[in-house]
Design a protein around this ligand. Structure first.
Ligand code: MG
Length: 272
């Protein structure tokens, strides 16, 4: 019997086009996964509220990972066995891996006061500013602000960012580069969260082939932990040079176009 394929995918600038947030180019591949009954798990730096919005848009009913691996949400009746490390939260079982947002905000404010005033996070920005930096509508920007474990921020120069990085390490925190922002988070990453779900799926299906698709530095840990990893091009037509390792597959297209290519190629190679 063929192994079940499970796909873990980033959203921003991968499945969603960088500027328009459109997934139209990927739709044929999303539909095909749906027809074949292959789970598509979103693994994103977005908040739970934002991810729920995109799940609904794409009629996705699978578990999802938010805020760079800080929490895993599993629909309550999804796996037919108990998950002791998970807590019931509305219609989900939630596994928490992240550091509370309040602690991240305290650290960022410390950096602004003691390292550089140019460091500014979502918590310092008005809704209008977030809208202009992200290109999101007011409704979506409001969902993006509902942060629980990860603070997107900007810093003026690389030199300043490096100082903040060093300070974060001392505080047991981490900074990852996303497609738009730097992200301050605790000791979580997408890889740790994907590994937990991989193990749950393996328990459920016996054996799986895990796939990862991403575009940037915050996807690296996820891409390294799956059986087959695909990197799509960023909106400028280049690959993120921070993501490189042996066995990584390079999709030819930008964002959702690369995503569609990757899925079609993969299914062909695996004989589906
Ligand atoms: Mg991305």
């Amino acid at each position: 019997m063929k192994k079940k394929i499970v796909i873990f995918s980033d959203l921003d600038s991968t499945l969603l086009e960088h500027h328009s947030y459109s997934f139209e180019a990927a739709r044929p591949a999303i539909d095909l996964l749906h027809q074949l009954g292959l789970p598509l798990v979103f693994c994103t730096s977005k908040t739970r509220a934002e991810t729920e919005y995109w799940r609904e848009k794409m009629r996705n009913h699978h578990p999802f990972i938010v805020e760079n691996g800080a929490a895993i949400y599993i629909p309550s009746d999804y796996f037919p066995f108990p998950i002791p490390e998970a807590k019931e939260v509305s219609d989900y079982l939630r596994i928490e891996l992240g550091t509370p947002y309040k602690k991240l905000r305290e650290f960022l404010i410390f950096c602004r006061n003691h390292i550089t005033p140019s460091v500014r996070g979502f918590g310092d920005m008005s809704l209008e500013e977030i809208m202009s930096l992200t290109g999101l509508s007011a409704e979506m920007a409001a969902l993006a602000r509902e942060r629980e474990y990860d603070e997107p921020f900007v810093a003026q120069e690389d030199k300043e960012l490096n100082l903040v990085k060093r300070e974060a390490e001392k505080a047991g925190l981490k900074i990852l580069g996303g497609s738009r922002f730097n992200h301050l988070a605790g000791n979580n990453d997408k890889g740790k969260a994907v590994l937990i779900l991989k193990n749950l799926y393996t328990r459920y299906y016996g054996s799986i082939t895990s796939i990862g698709i991403g575009d940037s530095h915050n996807d690296l840990a996820m891409l390294k932990i799956v059986d087959q990893a695909f990197l799509v091009k960023q909106y400028n037509g280049n690959y993120d040079h921070r993501v490189a390792f042996r066995g990584l597959n390079y999709a030819q297209g930008i964002g959702p176009e690369g995503w569609r290519e990757a899925i079609f190629l993969l299914l062909k190679n695996l004989g589906r």
